[in-house]
Design a protein around this ligand. Sequence first.
Ligand SMILES: [Zn+2]
Length: 502
Amino acid sequence: MWKMSAAVVALVGSGAAIAQTGSESELWARAVERDRAVVASARATRGDWRPVIAGYERLLARFPMGPRAADALLRLAQLEWNFYQRWAATRDERSAVARLRRLLTKHEKSPSAREAWNLLATASPKDPLFRRRGAARIDGVSINATGEKTARVTLSLDRPTTYERGSVPADDTGPLRVFLDVARAVLGPKAAPVESALGPVARVRFGDHLGNVRVVLDLRIASARVVVRPHGATVTVDVSEEAPPVARAVQAGPIRRIIIDAGHGGIDGGAVGRRYKTREKVVTLAMARLTADKLRERGFEVELTRDDDKYVSLEDRTTIANRENGDLFISIHANWNPSRKRQGVETYVLNLSDDRYAEKIARRENGPVHRKGRRKGKARVGSGSNLNFILADLATRASVAESSRIAKLIHDEIVRGLSPHFGKVPGHGVRQALFYVLVGTKMPAVLVETSHLSNAIDEARLRSLAYQTGIAEAIARAVVAYSNRADRVVPVAPVAPTGSKG
Ligand SMILES: [Zn+2]
């Protein structure tokens, strides 16, 4: 710590003098600006992060209860948790957990608290804070078929908590699934999966999702009306069969406008194929155009971040997406791996606590923009966009759950839809990484690594119109499924808990 401060003074230089007299918002802006520069850096070392840490710490030292304190604590915890993931130093882990505890005790009402609970659930799953601060324990679940077409699932908790709901549409591989993500909950010893031989709900089981407990209802029906109601510590989920939609076609529901982002472009060629020297920027543009066509055929509005071979900075792509009021942002890339054997698809959503492998890819992705940024010199330093970056970053976290849903749909459609036609297309799952282009989008955002240019088979596929069209079809089907889901599950306003009434 002591050495670190000395380094900060050396690095920050004249900035330190300003910091003495800076207002909280000035300190915040300065810290965020530094943070952003290092985030964009392709090869940030631990030493590069020190001034960033020091910036947030300075804010906390001077304004420990200020309106930015919780944000600063959360950001520090995220960074240190990432360091721990990367360099495995337990002091980083301890420090991250300590910051989260402080945030959750001193600033428990702040908007950052939810994210902090989620990170704490990952970093310290058995943390005493969960008990003290009321993590809900799930004590059990039951299914009551109230008729052939209706059933009530009752979830018993030891105290009221919050939850998010969603569903995965029926498809070839399984029926409709409805789920509840119960925030900062733990499974009690008696909570076990249950099954019902009758009614629309076949089974209820538990899983883990982004640090929350996910309660999954496997249904026997393809279309359901679902009503979720809290009654104090009990949550009921009423499921009733609903006539399937008459036409699968094109009522796009709340998903109307889709931003398709062709990765790279212009001087930023992206990855280069091992065998045929295929340029990533060429195949991403081809797939983006085809995807746009397929989506328009299905009645969606589509905006492309680029429709020719031009350079668009990652920041500008995000700006376009937000300006165009996209309901979904889909960035299309081709992958590259040091192993020439590795094949297949990966789908990414933004997350700052990613594993090392994912981070390597993210850093490679971030490389070109950083070099360009440097060439432009310091023109951008001090501009408003630097501050907006992290602010938008924090806002983006809100849509991570939705992003994961659409990412899973796209991933499954590609793997399932393309394998019969092209031979096995291995799916490596929905992953989380710090892709710069996803940071700051104000809508669910995913990045699809459509296949590996480092593998000869994948590269040949990526060059073929058939595979490109297959990818476009798969993405379009996933968007339709996502959109239908949003239509089908009836949104329910939370009922104010007025005592316990059944
Ligand atoms: Zn790429």
